[in-house]
Design a protein around this ligand. Structure first.
Ligand code: NDP
Length: 248
């Protein structure tokens, strides 16, 4: 009997580290055919090699999610390799924490481009295909910072993650009956995300917080497997998961 994951073609952006990498490994071990995008080619190549050596199926395409064309090329690569795409995981993200009064507008731009526009490009790349195929599943990675404003310091990051949650719910409403939509909202998870700020003081604080509280990235991978494995008439629309010790 199928486990609800084996054979599905799953595209993951930001697959070169953290949650994306853990999710790629976990889903591939459950039989998914994974299509991996990120900017670091060496990391993607090594990951594809590992997955294949473990008996899984994976391909990659170097992808910057701020380029609509590159996101489309990632989805097209998945389709070329495996014939279809069942799940799009818009995971690539940047968390550049700093007090808003520092006016780090370059970092604001990058967070908006990666965290919001990157997600929209991912949606744009799969919707026509999902329509042709008669279905599909979009999974967007928001955050607990998309439920509660993370201030001081995370104001713009929270803004982007609120946007991801809003876009996910709008997509769900507009495509009810056609596409499954899930927003994943994790708390502190071990990854490279904590190094994203250009402000040394904020970075130090965040690294210390993560040292105390973060849980391993495969905790999110298991949540993602759970939402994918549901029968086609069941859509898990939101998953909030935190380290048990985390208050925020
Ligand atoms: P990481 O920094 O470990 O991973 C981020 C990934 O995104 C990397 O693979 C990176 O790869 C990729 N990425 C960054 N910029 C781009 C870009 N322009 N184009 C394509 N890929 C890009 O962090 P996480 O694994 O933690 O982050 C994954 C998602 O989870 C993010 O959306 C984050 O906001 C969210 N999240 C994380 C939490 C946590 O505590 N860790 C909590 C809640 C949400 P490369 O540099 O090779 O491009």
């Amino acid at each position: 009997m199928s486990n609800g994951i084996a054979g599905k073609v799953v595209v993951i952006t930001g697959a070169s580290s953290g949650l994306g990498e853990a999710t790629a490994r976990h889903l591939a071990a459950l039989g998914a055919r994974v299509v991996l995008g990120a900017r670091r080619a060496d990391r993607l190549q090594a990951l594809v090699e590992d997955i294949r050596q473990a008996g899984g199926e994976a391909v990659h395409a170097v992808t910057d999610v701020t380029s609509k064309a590159q996101v489309q090329a990632l989805v097209d690569a998945g389709r070329a390799a495996f014939g279809r795409v069942d799940v799009m995981i818009n995971n690539a993200g940047l968390m550049a924490i700093a007090p808003i009064s520092q006016l780090r507008s370059d970092e604001w731009d990058r967070m908006i481009d990666i965290n919001i526009k990157g997600v929209l490009y991912g949606i744009a790349a799969v919707l026509p295909l999902f329509e042709q195929q008669g279905g599909g599943h979009v999974i967007n990675i928001s955050s607990v910072a998309g439920i509660k404003v993370f201030a001081p310091g995370g104001t713009v990051y929270s803004g982007t993650k609120f946007a991801v949650r809003a876009i996910s719910d709008g997509l769900r409403q507009e495509l009810a009956g056609k596409v499954r939509v899930t927003s994943i909202e994790p708390g502190a998870v071990e990854s490279e995300l904590k190094f994203g700020s250009g402000d040394p003081a904020s970075r130090e604080e965040i690294v210390a917080f993560y040292q105390q509280e973060a849980i391993p990235a495969d905790s999110v991978a298991r949540a993602i497997a759970y939402v994918i494995e549901q029968p086609a008439d069941v859509a898990i629309n939101e998953v909030v998961l935190r380290p048990t010790v985390q208050e925020f």
